[in-house]
Design a protein around this ligand. Structure first.
Ligand code: FE2
Ligand code: FE2
Length: 207
């Protein structure tokens, strides 16, 4: 594990310790799935849309739906609109900067397979780790279902022939953005965890 893997692991542990932070995290994942879906819809020209592309759009939309449904069931403030999620900007910045950077590296070709390839690398890192830490059985069921589909997507884009040079540059670019994303999560969690600790101590005092 590198430094950022370890830091993300700690972030996940903290997120899963608290229902409220986990709902906000789920809400962010739902947004990122939606961003992925939107990217395919906007990025694939009309004449290139086939059954495989439609299936990918459908599955990414269903991931956003399944995750948002969990948030709606959570009885927590994260039920609110997406723009009010404190992590929205962080997540969209990660996704859009990644998309723009990788698209530039593949100038002159359709960016859809390359962006999908690099995104799936990270997705297959996040979901199994999240699955390990969440204690919510509903979340476990949904994440397992999503993960099975993500593995198929990854195999699909793994078969694309990207050059070694491109893969190395894309992985480096993503790693930098990922470090910013994890730092942002840490910054967000610090006061959130302090607040939670405070309310827990206050409740204990009342009892
Ligand atoms: Fe997905
Ligand atoms: Fe996917």
């Amino acid at each position: 594990m590198n430094e950022w893997d370890e830091r993300f692991e700690r972030v996940l542990v903290k997120i899963c310790e608290n229902e409220n932070t986990e709902a906000i995290w789920l809400d962010l994942l739902s947004q990122l799935e939606f961003a992925g879906c939107r990217k395919i819809v906007k990025g694939v020209p009309f004449e290139r849309v086939d059954v495989e592309v439609l299936n990918h759009v459908m599955e990414e939309a269903s991931h956003a739906f399944l995750l948002k449904t969990l948030v709606e069931k959570s009885h927590l403030p994260a039920k609110q609109a997406w723009e009010k999620n404190p992590l929205s900007e962080l997540g969209w910045t990660y996704f859009q900067t990644l998309d723009q950077g990788v698209s530039k590296m593949q100038k002159g070709t359709l960016p859809y397979p390359a962006v999908s390839w690099i995104v799936e690398q990270r997705v297959l890192d996040i979901y199994p780790r999240y699955l390990q830490h969440t204690r919510n059985l509903g979340v476990k069921r949904v994440v397992q279902r999503i993960l099975a589909q993500e593995k198929r997507h990854s195999a699909l884009f793994g078969d694309e022939r990207f050059s070694e040079d491109f893969k190395r540059r894309a992985i480096d670019w993503e790693a930098g953005l990922w470090a910013d994303f994890v730092s942002g999560l840490e910054r967000w969690l610090t006061p959130a965890m302090a607040e939670w600790e405070r309310s827990r101590t206050n409740t204990a005092r009342v009892l």
